[in-house]
Design a binder for this molecule. Structure first.
Ligand code: SF4
Length: 234
C-alpha cells in the first residue's frame, strides 16, 4: 500500500467554501462558515448540489489553508456539508483543527457512515424512499440510504436534529417509522419542504405546516432558497 505524503494527507476534496447564514434547521440565521465536501455515496433524484454527487467536482485543499480561510470570515460557527462529508478523506482532520480553534461544528449528513471526530451538532437528513432515482443508481441508493445504527450513534455522540426532506404526504409514514426506530425526541424532528424555488417551497409548506403541528414535530424552511435562490455559495 502506497502511503500518503504529509502534503496529500492534509488535503480535503472541497466543492466550495463560503460564508453565509445557516439556512436550515435549529441554527437558522446563524452566521456560519460553510465547507462543502465533494462526493456522495447516494444519488437523490432531487439533489440540490449535483456538483457534489451526480457530477462531483472540486479541489483538494490544504486543511491549514482552509482553516485560515474560515478564520478570515470572522464567524464562530462552521458547517461541514456536502455531498456526504462523512465519506470525505480527512474530514476528521478539518473538524479536529476547527474544534481546537473553538468553532461550533455542525455536520450535515445523510448518516450512512460514522467517523469519530469532534462535532457539536449532527444535522441528520435520512433519505426517504421517495429520494430514490431511476436508472443504474437506484438499487445502490436504496440499499445504502438508511443505516439505523449510524443514525443512533450520531444521536448519542452530539446534539442532533433529524431533518427530513418531504415532497408528498405519503413521505410522513416513513418519517414516523424512522423516528420510532431510532427513538428520536419529537422536538428534534424537522420537516423540510422539497423544492428549489420559493413557489415550490410554499406549495409543500401549505400542507406540511399543519402536519408538523398535528404530529408535534417542527417545520423547517430553506432560508437560503428564499434569500438567494438555488445558487452556489449560499
Ligand atoms: S445525500 Fe445529499 S448530496 Fe447526496 S445525492 Fe442526496 S441530496 Fe445530494
Amino acid at each position: 500500500v502506497k502511503s500518503l505524503s504529509a502534503n496529500e494527507a492534509s488535503r480535503l476534496y472541497v466543492a466550495e467554501v463560503f460564508c453565509s447564514v445557516q439556512g436550515e434547521g435549529v441554527l437558522t440565521g446563524v452566521p456560519s462558515a460553510f465547507v462543502r465536501t465533494s462526493g456522495c455515496n447516494l444519488r437523490c433524484h432531487f439533489c440540490d448540489t449535483p456538483y457534489t454527487s451526480w457530477k462531483a467536482e472540486g479541489e483538494h485543499l490544504d486543511i491549514g489553508q482552509l482553516i485560515e480561510q474560515i478564520d478570515g470570515f470572522g464567524v464562530r460557527h462552521l458547517v461541514v456539508t456536502g455531498g456526504e462529508p462523512t465519506i470525505a478523506v480527512n474530514v476528521d482532520a478539518l473538524c479536529r483543527a476547527a474544534s481546537a480553534r473553538g468553532y461550533h461544528i455542525t455536520v450535515e449528513t445523510a448518516a450512512t457512515g460514522f467517523v469519530d471526530m469532534p462535532v457539536d451538532l449532527y444535522s441528520i437528513s435520512p433519505k426517504l424512499a421517495s429520494s430514490t432515482p431511476t436508472g443504474e443508481w437506484a438499487a445502490r441508493h436504496d440499499r445504502d440510504r438508511l443505516q439505523f445504527d449510524v443514525i443512533r450513534t450520531m444521536m448519542a455522540a452530539a446534539e442532533y436534529q433529524l431533518k427530513f426532506v418531504v415532497g408528498a404526504p405519503a413521505d410522513l409514514d416513513e418519517v414516523a417509522d424512522i423516528v420510532g426506530r431510532v427513538g428520536a425526541s419529537a422536538s428534534r424532528v424537522l420537516l423540510m419542504p422539497e423544492g428549489t424555488t420559493t413557489e415550490a417551497l410554499d406549495r409543500v409548506a401549505a400542507w406540511l405546516v399543519p402536519e408538523a403541528i398535528g404530529r408535534g414535530w417542527r417545520f423547517c424552511d430553506r432560508l437560503q432558497i428564499r434569500l438567494f435562490g438555488d445558487t452556489r455559495g449560499t
